[in-house]
Design a binder for this molecule. Sequence first.
Ligand code: CP
Length: 293
Amino acid sequence: MRALTTIEQLSTDEILQLVKRARQLKAGSPSQVPTGLTAANLFFEASTRTKMSFEMAERKVGLTVLPFEANFSSASKGESLYDTVKTLEAIGVNVLVIRHPENMYFEALIGKVKPVIINGGDGTGNHPTQSLLDLMTLLDEFEDLQGKTITIVGDLAHSRVARSNVQVLSRLGANLQFVSPLEWQAEFPVLYSLDEALPNSDVVMLLRVQHERHDEHQSFTKEHYHSLYGMTKQRMDAMQEHAIILHPAPFNRGVEIADDVVEGSKSRIFKQMENGVYMRMAILEHLLKEEAE
Ligand code: CP
């Protein structure tokens, strides 16, 4: 496999193998990436977690990481993504992690370029590595997801995280519930009340309200959204004893999540970030194992 662009391209077995390998790497197993390979992270949209987590993972598996700043690259002079990738191919880069605002940007690259392509997020389409690290975090908590009720809450319309997670979670037998305001429900069959969805939820997966993708007529006030859909301490306390809260972050404190829930007893948000490094190491290993030095 020369790319990871969507969850659909992975079999369920491959997904579970990645979780297993990420756990081994977290427990200290040495990585098995060939030596002498080089990576670059091409982020044309803002990122803290995905970019830094990939860079940490790349260094941990022994890759040389070339810095790339989109704003100071020739993309700002109009160079296309394809030409940027061909340039990096020519100078010897072996793996590229790319985040780009255009949905399915990778279709213009796959089969035409030599570097391994990993999708770090395409527009509102896919975020496969986030889903895999979310799954690792869920399987740290529950033996399996068969019959577990997972409630995904918030800005579904703009969420590549939700789209990739639906793929993985439904394949593994979870019951999915969606809670969203009408204007952000997109293709999902939603409940309009978070309070109605909480009592039977084993997991509540909060989504970031993506203010930057909204026009001014779409957006709720922060207070209004928080009162209807925000995870407050009171709502967290109303969840089942064993239930947990995930959020891919960055989170809007006081909008989709209250300050005192971020590090509350049910939150696994920072565990998701920690697991992300090991999941990305496992992904790099899986994709690069056959690359010759
Ligand atoms: N979860 C996530 O994708 O975060 P970043 O936008 O900071 O990468």
